[in-house]
Write a protein that binds this ligand. Structure first.
Ligand code: NAD
Ligand code: DAU
Length: 352
């Protein structure tokens, strides 16, 4: 049994679905179902007794203690977080609450539970912290990609909150001996990605004939990884990563935002042509994100060298699957765009 936090979100739900497809080991899934959590992502698990969903907050110590005591998981895989940089600029408080205080609470509950374990159960327990490449800050065009040894230089409230949580995880290992591993991954894309983030936003806006808002000059660079490859990287580190170590996970795929948007448009032109003309006609340059990091890139040689992990998808194969998934799942798209989503779009884009 493993305990997953944030397993109704984008990456967490992909992780839970892949885990249960590949292993007999049950999952308890603790998720607060914020705007980003969506049980529809897990609809295919209905009636599956190996998936136990618990609606609750990682900051609720009584609940987390009770879950650990009752289910005795051999590992915690911690995805739960506020994850959107733009939202962290509009309202950083929730990021401090969940990403910093929530992780602290989870670490304390894990430490107390781990202290009750004996022998092999104690030695084999893992706390796997899922983090981001954004903690390393921003690269210049000629800088080498982020290695695990890079200093932390977070620039947004989101990345600062994730950096703080990484430091807590490190300290709980160093001081208390809690058996932790941390992964720092680049930008994911794929099924169940909430359309506040670049790729799904461009797909759903294009299909609705709405503007495709590109921040600043569109030349910011990100490394993009298909979400299922992130999940396989986490499984590899959880199984065989060295205790107290951090592992960077990336797709060896640096691309400028404008090229991402043009690729999405070209795929839609092919798969769902618009009689009104090429989708790229909708590209609209808008005011930049404050403090916008210029470039991220990941050196993923450590996880390859130590654990033999490499991404299975190229960007060409992954983005085609992703666009096709959004075309095939119009109902999911319509459901996530109802309600509070509209308020967010108005708050972030109206005055740009
Ligand atoms: P997401 O926003 O799609 O999902 C977050 C999930 O956490 C949601 O289901 C939400 O309901 C849940 N959650 C939020 N606050 C909670 C709380 N207090 N208690 C319990 N559950 C809570 O995020 P994501 O994109 O799937 O990211 C998951 C993790 O991976 C995050 O830790 C993020 O920092 C990290 N990460 C994301 C990316 C990316 O490209 N999306 C890349 C690297 C790392
Ligand atoms: O690098 C990993 C990180 O990737 C994760 O830790 C975060 O949780 C995840 O949200 C993501 O952060 P980004 O800020 O890179 O992702 P986002 O999709 O919001 O933006 C990608 C790039 O596209 C970024 O340079 C900003 C730009 N952008 C984004 C949006 C939403 C636009 O140009 N227009 C937009 O409307």
């Amino acid at each position: 049994m493993i305990l997953v936090t944030g397993g109704a979100g984008f990456i967490g739900s992909n992780f839970v679905l892949d885990w249960l497809a590949q292993s007999d080991e049950p999952v308890i899934n603790l998720d607060a179902l914020t705007y980003a959590g969506n049980l529809a992502n897990l609809a295919s698990l209905q009636g599956n007794s190996r998936h136990v969903f618990v609606h609750g907050d990682i900051g609720d110590r009584t609940l987390v203690d009770q879950l650990l005591r009752t289910h005795q998981p051999r590992a915690i895989v911690h995805f739960a977080a506020e994850s959107h940089v733009d939202r962290s600029i509009h309202g950083p408080g929730a990021f401090m609450k969940t990403n910093v205080e929530g992780t602290f609470n989870l670490l304390e509950a894990a430490r107390a539970y781990w202290g009750t374990l004996q022998g092999e159960a104690k030695a084999n327990f893992r706390f796997h912290h899922v983090s981001t490449d954004e903690v390393y800050g921003s690269l210049k065009p000629t800088d080498p990609p982020f290695a695990e040894t890079n200093p932390y230089e977070p620039n947004s409230p989101y990345s600062a909150s994730k950096a703080a949580s990484d430091h807590l995880v490190r300290a709980w290992h160093h001081t208390y001996g809690l058996p932790v591993v941390t992964t720092n991954c680049s930008n994911n894309y794929g099924p169940y990605h909430f359309p506040e983030k670049l790729i799904p936003l461009m797909i759903v806006n294009a299909l609705a004939g709405k503007p495709l808002p590109v921040y600043g000059d569109g030349q910011q660079i990100r490394d993009w990884l298909y979400v299922k490859d992130h999940c396989s990287g986490i499984r590899a580190v959880l199984a065989s990563g060295r205790l107290g170590e951090t592992y960077n996970i990336g797709g060896w795929n640096e691309m400028a935002n404008i090229d991402i948007v043009k690729t999405v448009c070209a795929l839609l032109d092919e798969l769902r042509p618009d009689p009104a003309g090429p989708y790229a006609r909708l590209i609209t340059y808008v005011t930049d994100r404050p403090g916008h990091d210029r470039r991220y890139a990941i050196d993923a040689r450590k996880i390859e060298r130590e654990l033999g992990w490499r991404p299975a998808e190229t960007f060409a194969t992954g983005i085609r699957k992703t666009v096709q998934w959004y075309l095939d799942n119009a109902e999911w798209v319509a459901q996530v765009q109802s309600g509070a989503y509209k308020e967010w779009v108005a708050a972030n884009y109206q005055a740009r």
